[in-house]
Design a protein around this ligand. Structure first.
Ligand code: KIV
Ligand code: ZN
Length: 519
């Protein structure tokens, strides 16, 4: 018999809270859909009282996916937060309210200015308030890992008595170490009389690079829910990475003796999606989802692999949906073979997008000797969502060189089919293109980040540009690919401006600079 572990994904709440990673509602819905397909048990969709945008996103995720998984909303231990969370969640069939209140001495004294008794009283009141709305209530004593063990036991016991069905033990500042954190769970299980009435949960931050190790230690100590994010996204050094935890539990099932319901071949595509939307790149050598995670360069490894994979491979790339540099189809491959390949790569696109991607594939295969799986993924990502964008590229031209003023002319088509053309200069051809796009669309933006990478290898490889821009008081991201790096930049910038345009059309207010903290 193996125990089931609940995977609680907080990419859309704790992950999104990290600077520069904010997502609009449409993007959050896309990530939520990927999380549902990945098979997570709980999606923490946001912090409804934080802003009207957060509220709207939680509500829409609850309405759309609340019958397929549990949708959770965060609330401080305050009546107005809890009421607001319920308001956003109430349409979902499976709902959880997550209530938090700090308990450590340092938070009590400096942030909350409250004594222990008041903390306990408020925790009880908060859980009872949540319980008036739904049965599934999670309580988090924030900064639990730095809370005196006796007091932590008292708060946990009272929260469970008040009706908490999950008790989370957050290592809010990433201070814990594995053996010590494991002992906290063992201590709670040995000293809280009603502990059997709730699920114990772990929530780790990665400030010391120990978030995954601490989460796994918590499982050894008795935790049966793990809170984590895709790619370890999250404030500062991030949260515990979902993909690493899931694959550690699966690969070492012999040791942990627990299982999750995660559909592991969806890990790589989900990681890609989140990285594309947030603009937060995955480091090449990142475990499980990094580009090099399954690359065996050393001769001795390659030799071993050819004899028997398991000599140097503890997981199969296909188990995590890894897309490498497999050589794929050539320019004579037909539509049918191309569609099959898209299916094998676990990519789902509508017919309209398929037609565009197929045309891109044919013209890429004309320019480039070898087309790889990673090229196909990039071509698909380049076109996804494009049909709902207001502005589409018709064409562009640049001129630049030593002694010349870099100039760009761009033609865009709007959603009514009308073509708009303008020109501008810049301090290079890419800057000139960006300035022209802003002139046509009528949105001023600041470029905060610009990154270029090659999708596969060779001089004829596809180039991928990712940008982050600030416009209309928010951050937007965009990604574009092409064998022409100026075109890739143009597509990336246009993608980000299209996201800003969608917010402008919907009259969405600028994001509040600060997420409410504390009680
Ligand atoms: O890190 C933390 O303490 C949190 C809580 C809100 C659970 O994110
Ligand atoms: Zn956190």
């Amino acid at each position: 018999m193996t125990d089931a572990i609940t995977i609680f994904d907080t990419t859309l709440r704790d992950g999104e809270q990290s600077p520069g990673c904010s997502m609009n509602t449409q993007e959050k819905l896309q990530v939520a859909e990927a999380l549902v397909e990945l098979g997570v048990d709980v999606i923490e969709a946001g912090f409804p009282i934080a802003s009207p945008g957060d509220f709207e996103a939680v509500q829409r995720i609850a309405q759309r996916f609340g019958d397929r998984t549990t949708i959770c909303g965060l609330a401080r231990c305050r009546t107005e937060d809890i009421d607001r969370a319920w308001e956003a969640l109430k349409d979902a069939a499976n709902v959880r309210i997550h209530i938090f209140l700090a308990t450590s001495a340092i938070h009590r004294e400096f942030k909350l200015k409250m004594g222990k008794e008041e903390i306990v009283r408020r925790a009880i009141e908060g859980v009872k308030r949540g319980k008036e709305y739904c049965d599934d209530i999670e309580f988090s004593p924030e900064d639990a890992a730095r809370t005196e063990l006796d007091f932590l036991c008292e708060v946990v016991e009272k929260a469970i008595d008040a009706g908490a069905t999950t008790v989370n033990i957050p290592d809010t500042v990433g201070y814990a170490t594995p053996a010590q954190y494991r002992k906290v769970f063992e201590h709670l299980r040995a000293n809280v009389p009603n502990i059997g009435k709730a699920v114990l949960s772990t929530h780790c931050h990665n400030d010391l690079g120990l978030a995954v190790a601490n989460s796994l230690a918590a499982v050894e100590g008795g935790a049966r829910q793990i809170e984590c994010t895709i790619n370890g996204l999250g404030e500062r050094a991030g949260n515990a990475a979902l993909e690493e935890i899931v694959m550690a539990l699966r690969t070492r099932a012999d040791y942990y003796g627990v299982e999750t319901k995660i559909n592991t071949p969806r890990l790589y595509p989900t990681s890609h999606l989140v990285s594309g939307i947030t603009g937060m790149k995955v480091q090449r050598n990142k475990a499980i989802v990094g580009q090099n995670a399954f690359a065996h360069e050393a001769g001795i490894h390659q030799h071993g692999m050819l004899q028997e994979r398991t000599t140097y491979e503890i997981m199969r790339p296909e188990d995590v949906g890894y897309v490498g540099n497999n050589l794929v189809l050539g320019k004579h491959s037909g539509r049918h073979a191309f569609r099959d390949r898209i299916k094998q790569l676990n990519l789902s696109i509508d017919e309209d997008t398929f037609a565009r991607v197929f045309d891109d594939f044919i013209s890429l295969a004309d320019k480039k000797k070898e087309v790889y799986d990673s090229d196909i993924v990039a071509l698909v990502e380049n076109r996804i969502g494009e049909t709902s964008d207001r502005w589409q590229i018709v064409g562009f031209h640049t001129s630049a060189g030593t002694g010349l003023v870099p100039t760009a002319t761009v033609q865009l088509k709007d959603d009514k089919g009308e073509v708009h053309c303008d020109a501008a200069t810049g301090d290079g051809p890419i800057d000139a293109v960006f300035n022209t796009l802003e002139r046509i669309i009528g949105i001023e933006a600041r470029l905060d980040d610009f990154q270029v990478r090659s999708v596969s290898r060779g001089k004829d490889a596809l180039g991928e540009v990712t940008v982050a821009i600030s416009a209309l008081g928010r951050t937007y991201h965009g990604k574009g690919v092409s064998t022409d790096i100026i075109e890739a930049g143009c597509r990336a910038y246009l993608k980000a401006l299209n996201a800003a345009e969608a917010d402008r059309q919907a009259n969405r207010p600028a994001q509040p600079a600060v997420v409410p903290q504390g009680v």
